[in-house]
Design a protein around this ligand. Structure first.
Ligand code: CAA
Length: 560
């Protein structure tokens, strides 16, 4: 039975792990490299427990009892009494190897040596010790007191009884253990950090602004925080190190540490812990963002009415939503009433093709119903009689937001004068953090038109996310490769659907697992967007997993 644990390294993760053990009633020997670092670790623990006391979740006596279970110091010799020692020192193999080699001469023979490494090889760390069978990975997630996941990682040399002992210990701590083999990044980081690296690269390439990338995933998908905010929480140095490990293991350029990440780490901008990362914070260790040069100016208030073109339940619902938000709406259902939108600030056109009942008013196909099925929403928008009438009424400078597939190509009229003010938009489902209106930006569209649609979004209570007009815009372009990675991991036999769902939900606070999201989006839609993205970029990691194809052909979801 494990009752006394040692924790080495009292930074963000180490201090959090100390808190988890002490709260669960275990005695903790907490050690860092110097008396100052040990004192800092004690400060982290007291601050975290203090927050719980001030929220009324812990009383002062309980706090004192928890702190009383921990002894802080700077001497590894204190580990002689431990049943399990876990290290949470920086992600460098040589540091971890040296600590474990030293521990070999200090701890009892039956002591378990655990590492909280985010991605380094447990097998390599184990090899540096006298008894490799007692080395196990025990990987917590940030913030350790909050996230329930603990990845228990076995090497091929691990003693299975000890693996089971560590799994049971994680359960005693109130955590959700997932036992996996020793692969770079294990389950959660292999998936999460690949997604974070791609998000950083998307930001670097100007796909969208910093805050729009974050809003896309928080308000667009429902993740607890956007990827750049999360990088700042975890620490850019940690993300950089994990990227290096993933890249070395896979050779996949999409997981290599992005240039901007390397620059920030070199500059000492490590995220919240240094007060500056992708965002600027109001102090070291703070999560409160302050404005800086990269802060996007807020949308200007919408001045004027909104035209709403289309009919059906969706259009009615949008009309009510806009009215409830205090926006004055002018409805247009046929070419005859198009003149009423003459003076509106912006016109929202829903499913433009459907409006006239065929794709082209009979012009391209002679009204042959069979060929209409191939036409995508928004195609030939300018050729539609209603929209042409709307265009005539509002003039060439009037802005039309075309709600549909979200691609300039599909919203294109073929007339550059009109295209400059036809903005493709996609409205996503409402999430806890808001509802995203994605706005496609391209060389064909004027900045003023994009700004007007941003104003419309804010007036309607939606969160605008402006992205370059590429396959998947921002939300799907970041989400779908993440889902594809999960399918590839499943296909590789490394983890089950359940392991992967647990890892992302319990480790990263995802409200839905990746396969739940995949089934919801539909494997065929995910496959389609990935294929388009691959076609646009040629990037190998975007090739859809064969398992996606299999599920499409068999018409099967992933979660049964
Ligand atoms: N330490 C202790 N507790 C903390 C905390 C911290 N650093 N930050 C937040 N909390 C607690 C709060 O006190 C609060 O507790 P109560 O519910 O008891 O009041 C709770 O967490 C929720 O916090 P907030 O209300 O302040 O904020 P929130 O609801 O937005 O949640 C969050 C914050 C828990 C961080 C959430 O945004 C989240 O889950 N984000 C995703 C984090 C994630 O992905 N972590 C994994 C990173 S990868 C990793 O760690 C592995 C690696 O090896 C790199």
């Amino acid at each position: 039975m494990i009752n006394t644990v040692g924790v080495i390294g009292l930074g963000t993760m180490g201090a959090g792990i100390v808190e988890v053990f002490a709260k669960a009633g275990l005695s903790v020997i907490a050690v860092d490299g110097s008396a100052e670092l040990a004192e800092r670790g004690k400060g982290f623990l007291e601050k975290s427990l203090g927050r719980a006391v001030s929220k009324g979740k812990l009383d002062e006596a309980a706090r004192d009892e928890i702190v009383g279970r921990v002894s802080f110091g700077d001497d590894l010799a204190a580990m002689k009494d431990a049943d399990l020692v876990i290290e949470a020192v920086p992600e460098r193999l040589e540091i971890k190897e040296s600590i474990f080699t030293t521990l070999d001469g200090i701890v009892r023979e039956d002591c378990v040596l655990a590492t909280n490494t985010s991605s380094l090889s447990i097998t390599e760390i184990a090899r540096a010790t006298k008894v490799p069978s007692r080395v196990i990975g025990m990987h917590f997630f940030n913030p350790a007191p909050v996230q329930p996941l603990v990845e228990v990682i076995r090497s091929v040399m691990s003693d299975e009884t000890l693996v089971e002992q560590v799994r049971e210990l994680a359960e005693r701590l109130g955590k959700k253990p997932v036992v996996v083999g020793d692969r770079a990044g294990f389950v959660a980081n292999a998936l999460l950090v690949s997604y974070l690296a791609r998000s950083i690269r998307a930001y670097e390439s100007g796909l969208a602004s910093r805050s729009d990338i974050d809003a896309a995933m928080a308000a667009g998908v429902g993740l607890p925080m956007g990827p750049l905010t999360l990088c700042d929480l975890v620490g850019l140095d940690v993300i950089h190190e994990v990227c290096g490990v993933l890249y070395n293991a896979t050779g996949d350029p999409s997981v290599a540490s992005p240039s901007i990440l390397r620059q920030l780490v070199t500059a000492g901008r490590l995220g919240r812990k240094s007060g500056h990362g992708f965002y600027t914070y109001d102090g070291v260790g703070s999560g409160t963002v302050v404005d800086d040069a990269a802060t996007t100016a807020p949308a200007k208030p919408l001045e004027g009415k909104v035209g709403l073109v289309g009919e059906g339940d969706l259009v009615d619902a949008l009309g009510s939503e806009l009215s409830d938000a205090g926006v004055e709406v002018v409805r247009v259902v046929s070419a005859d009433d198009a003149a009423s939108v003459k003076d509106v600030a912006v016109t929202l056109a829903v499913d433009a093709v459907e409006l006239d009942g065929d794709c082209c008013g009979g012009g391209c196909c002679g009204g042959d119903d069979a060929s209409h099925g191939d036409v995508e929403s928004g195609l030939e928008i300018g050729a539609k009689p209603v929209l042409r009438a709307v265009r005539d009424a509002i003039g060439d400078a009037g802005v039309i937001a075309a709600l549909g597939e979200g691609s300039v190509e599909t919203a294109s009229t073929g007339d550059p004068t009109i295209d400059a003010t036809v903005v493709p938009v996609v409205l996503h489902e409402k999430q806890r953090a808001g509802q995203v209106l994605e706005i496609g930006r391209s060389v064909a569209i004027s900045d003023e038109a994009v700004e007007t649609v941003r104003s419309l979004a804010v007036a309607a209570g939606w969160t605008p996310v402006v992205g370059k007009d590429r396959a998947g815009l921002v939300v799907d372009a970041l989400l779908y490769p993440h889902l594809n990675d999960a399918a590839k991991m499943l296909d590789s036999g490394y983890a089950t659907v359940e392991d992967i769902e647990t890892a992302m939900k319990a480790g990263c606070g995802y409200p839905q697992g990746l396969f739940e999201l995949l089934d919801e989006a539909g494997p065929d839609d995910v496959h389609g967007v990935l294929s388009e993205m691959h076609f646009e970029t040629g990037e190998q990691h975007l090739v859809p997993s064969p398992l996606l194809t299999e599920h499409i052909l068999a018409d099967r979801t992933f979660r049964g």
